[in-house]
Ligand binder design. Sequence first.
Ligand code: NDP
Length: 296
Amino acid sequence: MSAELIDGKAVAAEIDQRAGQAGAELSKALGRAPCLAVVLIGDDPASDVYVRSKVKRTEAAGMTSIEIRRPADVSQAEVVEIVRGLNSDSGVDGILVQMPLPGHIDSNAVISAIDPDKDVDGLTEVSAGRLLLGKPGLRPCTPAGCVLLAERAMGSLSGKSVVVIGRSILVGKPAALLFLEQNATVTIAHSRTHDLAALTRTADIVVAAVGRPQMVRGDWIKPGACVLDVGINRVDAPERGEGRTRLVGDVAFDEAVAHAGWITPVPGGIGPMTIAMLLRNTVLAAAARAGLDRPA
Ligand code: NDP
């Protein structure tokens, strides 16, 4: 048996397009396009690539973006002030502060300054509380992308057993709550979990969000399960030439593909979905702030 590949790139392109259409509809009511503000502190090359990509896809979907950059030695107070300025700017619908921030800045202090109604990353305490309480709100992008891809593959998730490996605030915990919201039966595993392989083997859906290259082996996967590989790990690839590297997930793809029913590749699986969900959140934030119906 060989698993069906879940093409995150194609689904993300579709979501971008739908967000663009919904954004165009909203523009008529708002008198302007939905707007995402991205704050980038410092010159981390990976963050720079992410921000460029977010801005590019926002604009390609016909929405507006504002990019605010400051050097790495900017004070925490100034970053908080930037966020507050964006909160009170009625022309801004979504605010994203690119992580990680330089060491001298408390990222919690910055995140908690974001107006929850503009929190398109879904990272504020208010957004987390809304998710936990099952109230409407902006959901974290990567986990929301996982749920959407699982639904695309399997249809209804009601009653499915899900093992989420990883309990980070960014991925594991919100992923577990989002699957629960879809009436799945969810187990969260982490570094202290006993016999992770046996537990994982019980799952209809496996979410691997660990940050350890290829940790989840093929024989951990129940035949026919849906495997969502969130991990992005850069490893040496001497077969590509000296000093070359490649990206791998947290799942040993070549093994798992023989067991799974569906599997996301790395790259091209969950990764592209994260930005798609960000665009969708920007549209949702714009509609909610204007008191308009939630776009489909
Ligand atoms: P964190 O490092 O914050 O969390 C990792 C989690 O994995 C922790 O809960 C940890 O458990 C658990 N863990 C570590 N080792 C083991 C082990 N041996 N067995 C079981 N569980 C273990 O990582 P993130 O959640 O932020 O990210 C996870 C991965 O996803 C990374 O590779 C990251 O790059 C990627 N990522 C990808 C995104 C995308 O867009 N595709 C977006 C965000 C992240 P404990 O809590 O006990 O320490």
